[in-house]
Structures are given as structure tokens and as C-alpha cells.
Design a protein around this ligand. Sequence first.
Ligand SMILES: Cc1cc2nc3c(=O)[nH]c(=O)nc-3n(C[C@H](O)[C@H](O)[C@H](O)COP(=O)(O)O)c2cc1C
Length: 201
Amino acid sequence: MPEQLPYVLILYYSRNGQTAELATQIGRGVAKVNGIEARLRSVPVVSPDTEASLPPVPDAGAPFASKSDLANCAGLAIGSPTRFGNMAAPLKHFLDTTGDLWVSGALVGKPAGAFTSTGSLHGGQETTLLTMMMPLLHHGMLLCGLPYTDKNLSETTTGGTPYGPSHWAGTAEQLPLSKHEKALCQLFGERLANLALKLAD
Ligand SMILES: Cc1cc2nc3c(=O)[nH]c(=O)nc-3n(C[C@H](O)[C@H](O)[C@H](O)COP(=O)(O)O)c2cc1C
């Protein structure tokens, strides 16, 4: 059996597809690096009905993440739409099931970062990205953002922050990813992949 390549897990929730598009672009960045691959995984919605359950494979988008997807990753990018300046409940719900990985230290020393999409330009991208980093720090992960040496960070008039990739989608989700937002996603994926390989040495 061929040996499995290490992978960067791109773990996200997206209701309307904007965060999913960021995830795809980050995956393209990971794919630029030899010897490592991207694994895209989503998380299901949280239902107020405690009896509700979804099939293990979603109708659309990336498969749902398993705990072992997370435990065995070489690097991690977590993504969520901004909801009231914070990550959406489905991603937080998934992260709240990872106490066993916290106890075992499965993620300690691995590189990680966050990405988000908002409806309004000043609607909380940075607060969302920074608060998404808290669970990553508790897991002992090493945070990765974006450097200003990349000109896209200074030139963007929409999303893209030193705290991680972001997208300004517009209140009607009408704005596609800009060329700067795409470039920053790909740079982020590439950085995470290179860091993951170096740190795994
Ligand atoms: C309950 C709720 C809360 C939201 N809160 C914010 C917010 O605080 N700031 C903002 O700019 N957009 C907010 N939005 C808009 C989403 O962040 C935005 O539409 C995002 O692009 C959706 O991403 P998705 O397509 O991946 O689901 C909110 C949307 C919902 C449904």
C-alpha cells in the first residue's frame, strides 16, 4: 500500500458557500508544495432538536470531518463565517468535542491558523480570526498568519488580514473573492504546508 502523504486539514463551516470558497483557495496554496496535500472537511449544522441527526456524508461540499482527520493532520486551517463578530456555532461545537485531543496533546507543536468571511467590511473579521485562535492555542498549536512582505496585504481594498485570510462577501453575498483575497488564501495554504513539513522534521 502506498504511504499516505502528510496533510493540512482545512476544516470549515459554511452556510452560503463563501467560507467554502476561501477553503478551496487555501487548498490550492497547499497543493503548490511538494510532499504534502490538502484535506478539506466541513462540519454539520447544529440543530436545536437534540434528536436530529444528519447522514455521515453531506449532500454538497466537503465531507464532514472525523476526529481522526484532526488528530492526524500535519497542519490545520479552520474557517467560519463571522457570526456576531465570532465563529459560527457548528465549528465551535466540533471544536468542543476535541477535549480528548487536548488531553493527549495530539495537536501540540503543529502549525495552525484561521480564515473567515463577513457580510460587511467592518463587521468583525479580525475579532473572529483572533477568537478562533484561542482553541488553537489551548491545543498547543503554533499560530500562522500572513506577512506584509506580500504586497496583496497592503493593496487589498476588501478582505485579507495579517491575522489570516478573509473575504468581504457583501450583505447579499454578492461579491466574489477578489484577486487579492484569493492570492492571500493561497499564500496562507502554502505557508501552512511549508511550516507543517518543517515542523514535522
Ligand atoms: C446569524 C448571523 C450573524 C452574522 N454576523 C455577522 C457579523 O457579525 N458581521 C458581518 O459582517 N457579517 C455577519 N453575518 C454575515 C456572514 O458572516 C456572511 O454572510 C458570510 O459571508 C457567510 O459565509 P458563508 O457563505 O460561508 O456561510 C452574519 C450572518 C448570520 C446568519
